[in-house]
Design a protein around this ligand. Sequence first.
Ligand SMILES: C[S@@+](CC[C@H](N)C(=O)[O-])C[C@H]1O[C@@H](n2cnc3c(N)ncnc32)[C@H](O)[C@@H]1O
Length: 478
Amino acid sequence: MSDPAIETPPLRRGDTIELDIEKAAFEGRAVAHVGGLVVFVEGAVPGDRVRAHVFRKKKKFAEARVEEVLVPSEHRVEPACHHFGVCGGCKWQHMAYEQQLRWKREHVLDAFTRIGGLEGVAVNETLPAVEPFWYRNKMEFSFGEMRWLLPDELGEVDRDAELFALGLHVPKRYDRILHIDECHLESPESNAILNATRAFFLERGIPAYSTRTHEGDLRHLVIREGKHTGERMVFLVSTHRRDEVMSEYAELLQGPEFGVTTFVHGVTTRKSTVAIADEEIVYFGDGTIRDTLGRNTFRISPSSFFQTNTLQAERLYTLAEKAAGLRDDDVVWDLYCGTGTISLFIAGDVGEVVGVELNAAAIEDAQMNAADNGIGNARFIAADIVDFLAQKDELDVPAPDVIITDPPRAGMHPKVVAALGASGVERIAYVSCNPASSARDCGMLREYGYEVEEVTPVDMFPHTYHIECVITLRKKGL
Ligand SMILES: C[S@@+](CC[C@H](N)C(=O)[O-])C[C@H]1O[C@@H](n2cnc3c(N)ncnc32)[C@H](O)[C@@H]1O
């Protein structure tokens, strides 16, 4: 039966239509209407009038892609990157930065109102990034044997260049790699490394690994840098050792223009598409780099987890600390603690911290980082949060005065929400990378008497639609 509330205009897949773009939707798309039908539009900025191609039509919505901007929005800007539009990394580079911040806040407000049922919640202005470009401390590029050709390249490329690629995956095409010669999210030195690496291996005729046939050799190029220390790591993953070629490559990487402080060659024969290796050969440096977050220094190995935007992570943690309202003698539980960066950031200001995390390797890193920084009042437990909370009375851990929680995108398990709700703890600081799931969890926590005092969106990833939030929750009547 058709929905009488929606007057469906005669719109079909394959149509070309003119649209006035009203607002930014989740996941980088924009919204327009044709009669009562919502149209999600790719490549548009709110305020644009565009001609768009409809590539999907469902009963309640359609999806379209911009073919031509007829009247540009006053908020449309020239993207800094010439890969914009093909590379899926930065969906919002064509929107003025202050508008990106505005729409991120709107999305948080919308999630808390609509999903959390928390009408009138105080959502602050989005905290802008310190540096909207060149902010990432890690980029992971892939080699491929099927380069994605741009329309003006079709029929023009020679066979080697056509087959060999080093760059980023084209969205929704995991077998195709887009050549990237300049990415505005990492440093200029990393772009120099990327281009020199491609030229080096192409010249030596070393084949890229094929994710279809599992033949070939070169797989990933990971570049990591310490934003505060200037140290820089190259981690190259391939199927074979090739000691001679890698020694030559190591020599190249020691050129002053690259600023590389350590080079690790990782070898793996696994079919996995992630940049991990079974064997790691360190060619120079000690195989790690260091970076600082607040008062602490962290040692980062090729596969350690570390927040990708160092400068903004410090501001995020400072906000989390404020939301937690920490006191000198507080016992703090840091749930979903990863490598313990929040625990260690706050340890100097509280009595004791207990970090809990599922990933045992991350807990080992947390323990090592605590020891390296001479922190004696933080302890770390490898466990599923659900199990930890169910068994907390049998474990030798002190009851918390305050809980900091930083779950993955899916948010907290309902059992975790229920246990936090029943804990009676006065203060909860919720750090979230997904407004929809945190809004849902905060809506549930309200049933247990927890009020959202304020929400602060933090822009960790400029030019993308991703948004992090710090949420201050307080138990009513305490
Ligand atoms: C958003 S990250 C937290 C990062 C960390 N707080 C930081 O700032 O670096 C979420 C973490 O939750 C962990 N995790 C996911 N599910 C979990 C579970 N059921 N129990 C415990 N930890 C879990 C993941 O391994 C990941 O490290």
